[in-house]
Design a protein around this ligand. Sequence first.
Ligand SMILES: [Zn+2]
Length: 499
Amino acid sequence: MNKQDVLRYFSKKYGDRYIAYPFSVKSKEDNYFFMAKDNQNKYLVVIGAYGVCKGFEAINLKETKINENGLFLKICYLNHYNLESLRKIFPHLNPSFCGLRASFGTGDRLGIATPAHLQAFQGKDIFPILAQQSVREMARTERNWQKVLDDAIWGCFEEGYEGLFGADADHVKNIKELKEAADCGFTMFTIDPSDFISKDIEELNEQELNQLYNKIPKNKEIENLYLNKKFKVGEQELIFDEKSLRKIILTYSEALNHVVECYEFLKDYKKEKFDLEISVDETPTVTSPLAHLFIVLELQRWGVNFQNIALHFLGDWQKGIEYIGNLKQFAREFCLHAAIAKNIGGYKLSLHTGSDKFSVYPIFSQETDGLCHIKTAGTSWLEEVKVVAMKDPALYREIHRFALENFAKDRASYNLTIDLSRIPDIDTITDDELINLFKQNDSRQLIHITYGSILREKNDKGKYIFKDRIYKILFKYEEDHYRELSNHIRRHLGLLVSI
Ligand SMILES: [Zn+2]
């Protein structure tokens, strides 16, 4: 049998009951594996020797013998056990190290977006980080590291993808979480030391600053390394004057200790090569070029082998909408950051909250010569809800009303300038007009930030009110889901130059 025979046999046997995904068919020594769906779920189909089929859990416990040559057929769940077996047979399904090349993260909150994401990456020389979720996102979506990674890998399998991809444990704050993500097979770790970054320095007077500064262990030693040192960066020269240096040491030294501790743990614990990102983007203050320089020089001094650094760049970075701020000013300052990264070398600049920041992408990728990383997540969720609005307007209206009710509670953890009064009244617009809500910043942000409440809401009987119906509609209209989503991500990728 070859792949075509296998597909022909399968469709003859099951007709419309199970439909195979033709691109997913993979073979290993006359054993065949592919994905199929019925009208409710997706399955792994294994056609092969009895011994191979034995390694998979089937929905029908008995294998069906399909010919006298000893071939059996099993229809199996998309569960973790089966994926483990599959990954042993096809090592390309394991995530891998990215290193210093252009990369792009596509967070997937529902866990069904990977095939669409992969379609967007087609023909692009950009390394995809297909599994990418933060601890905070997982709490809101009730997912965990394993589920996030497994869903992305099943997506790779469905799409027949054999290329490389990464898995990013995003915004991890402590060693316990790092360990859990490493145990599940993540290959990239984004350490967020924001809990250790001193935040209120601006409000302190000289005396208070000195008191605090004197408490920092080895402050003089660090000071001596940098005080009045000059660094040529592009056309400019950066100097660590006493005032700026003290402020930077005060702000970041404890956070850097935490990063070093996390790195030491990972280095010993994770056996394979891994990508490390340091993220100081979620801080109240913008990261100055001088602070950037200090952070990377200190990380290097401590021997931290990191690949990416996410800074808090100039401007207002809000979820799911364009960049807000003076783009020219951003470009000028970013130029310095990019020059620092090039001068020191060995790492990439990473942009978080990268969803829909189309105006920034050309600057970001050109200044870094394409050597950058970008993270998106919410924009995929928005495309998915847009498809719900297109295909089930009534459900969308319910979600929209619910989001409005929960907005006040959910906005707390976000930086937003949203104005609910600018959102058209849902009762006065037609079904066809619902899609326009996804072109309007306020309604985009409304749906963006309430995703956790929407996905977790249950009725008295403990059943999800929206989540199951969202999955159902996206399953039913899978083609539309994949098309809208991949077009949208492609629009992002198209603005990046790769090296
Ligand atoms: Zn971030």
